[in-house]
Design a protein. Structure first.
Length: 167
């Protein structure tokens, strides 16, 4: 059963969550760095997202400025649910059905998010001198070749071994 959870979430709460996580130092103009206090609300989109106009450089920006959601047209509610689903490891198909978008769109956004995560990963090695087995052998590679198997089953081989041999 596909549950339309995006219709139950508040746009204001989703926007506040996105702003807190996308702009931890506060929302500011991506062009000149002016704070939101130096901007004015410019318009509210059909999806409930507020665009701001900077009073210093006159550029328009939103909570999506500088993110993979910039110029995407996604509502704040759907963006939060997509991020939640990607972090939980849900399939693109199930996310697409829940959000009411195509699987290709979800897959494209997932790949953008993963590319950003890969780009900002730390380059320094872990400080641990001890590693756990699952850390050590995860994605270690595949076996070069499969183990060879006899053409006879094990039961047939046992029966052959138990038969008396005649000279």
């Amino acid at each position: 059963m596909i549950f339309p959870i995006s219709e139950l979430l508040s746009v204001a709460e989703s926007t506040a969550w996105l702003e807190q996580h996308f702009h931890p130092q506060g929302l500011c103009c991506p062009h000149c760095g002016a704070t939101r206090e130096q901007a004015r609300p410019f318009r509210t989109t059909k999806r409930g997202l507020t665009d701001w106009r900077c009073r210093l450089c006159q550029s328009v920006f939103s909570v999506y400025a500088g993110t993979v959601f910039a110029k995407s047209g996604w509502s704040p509610t759907k963006a939060v649910l997509l991020l939640r689903g990607v972090c939980k490891g849900e399939t693109s198909q199930s996310l697409a059905q829940e959000l009411g978008v195509s699987r290709t769109t979800v897959l494209l956004m997932r790949r953008r998010l993963q590319a950003n995560g890969y780009a900002i990963r730390p380059q320094t090695p872990l400080p641990d001198t001890v590693t756990e087995t699952d850390e050590m052998f995860q994605n270690a590679g595949e076996k070069k070749r499969a183990a060879s198997r006899s053409r006879r089953s094990t039961a047939a081989a046992r029966q052959q071994a138990q038969r008396p041999r005649h000279l």
